[in-house]
Write a protein that binds this ligand. Structure first.
Ligand SMILES: C[S@@+](CC[C@H](N)C(=O)[O-])C[C@H]1O[C@@H](n2cnc3c(N)ncnc32)[C@H](O)[C@@H]1O
Length: 269
């Protein structure tokens, strides 16, 4: 975890796919015309397109994948080619969304989507996003924003402290100003309602089972790194001890985890 390298995006994709709320996907599909044009914000290698396009059941979809990372965008074509089902036409657009969000004209699209982005952004950026959407009202599907729920089974005496460090780390600047982290879903839903959008939310939790060792290990490493970064030095050995016990449980096939996320669909009334 940690950065957004393609291996991490590939590892999380099946957990994202299983977690996403199917009803809200259907709401988006129902709100689209034939031959819709969709904008995916912070698209990475295009996981959102791969998940949504076959479920939208709209012929002639055209997508724009916007991200600031040229390596991820360059990987999108290869990731699409490896896909079992046919995919719609797409183009990539390199945009720093923090600086240049307003350069994307939402009026050119029939819907705006984003996945695994909104917990990284600040309240100020989210307000800019909602203002842009209010100026060009479009259906919007924002999926997989963390909501702060994080549980392992069996429990470990170090879980509560590590959870606290993670929460503090989630609020640090990820390039958009101080991040909303687990506050993001509520903030977005409230801001959209205040602009007159009809808003629906649904849980989209990752359920990580005893056989999912690679995902457990990636998360443990990410959480360990985040905790070490933010905690005072005196906490390091407790954090390392927690990570060691968690790695052992993952390797033994006895660990389960729930990482809480929320999906949000909103459309202009
Ligand atoms: C957690 S990844 C999600 C990627 C993709 N949506 C997915 O689910 O596979 C977050 C994405 O945000 C992008 N990102 C972060 N900061 C950005 C910025 N300032 N402008 C544009 N994209 C940004 C990263 O490059 C990365 O692709």
């Amino acid at each position: 975890m940690g950065g957004f390298d393609r291996d991490w995006l590939r590892l999380r994709a099946p957990f994202d796919d299983a977690a996403r709320d199917a009803t809200l996907t259907r709401r988006l599909a129902a709100a689209l015309p034939d031959e819709p044009r969709l904008l995916d914000l912070a698209a990475g290698t295009g996981a959102n397109l791969r998940h949504l396009s076959p479920r939208l059941r709209r012929p002639g979809q055209r997508w724009v994948l916007a991200d600031h990372d040229p390596v991820l965008l360059d990987t999108a074509a290869a990731e699409m080619a490896a896909c079992a089902h046919p995919l719609p036409a797409f183009e990539t657009r390199r945009v720093d969304l923090s600086r240049d969000l307003e350069s994307l004209d939402f009026r050119q699209f029939d819907a705006v989507v984003a996945t695994a982005l909104f917990d990284l952004v600040s309240a100020d950026w989210m307000d800019r996003f909602v203002a842009a959407l209010a100026a060009a009202p479009r259906p919007v599907l924002v999926t997989l924003s963390v909501d702060g729920r994080l549980r392992w089974s069996p429990e470990d005496p170090g879980d509560a402290a590590v959870r606290g460090w993670i929460e503090r780390h989630q609020a640090t600047d990820k390039g958009f100003g101080p991040a909303l982290g687990p506050e993001a879903p509520r903030h977005l839903a409230d801001a959209l309602r205040a602009c007159g959008f009809a808003v629906e939310t649904a849980a989209s939790d990752w359920i990580i089972g005893p056989a999912d060792a690679a995902m457990h290990l990636a998360l443990i490493e990410g959480y360990r790194g985040a905790a070490l970064e933010i905690a005072p030095e005196g906490e390091s050995s407790a954090i390392e001890g927690w990570a060691e016990r968690r790695r052992a449980a993952a390797a033994a096939g006895t660990l389960e985890a729930l990482v809480g996320h929320v999906d949000i669909f909103a459309e202009p009334r």
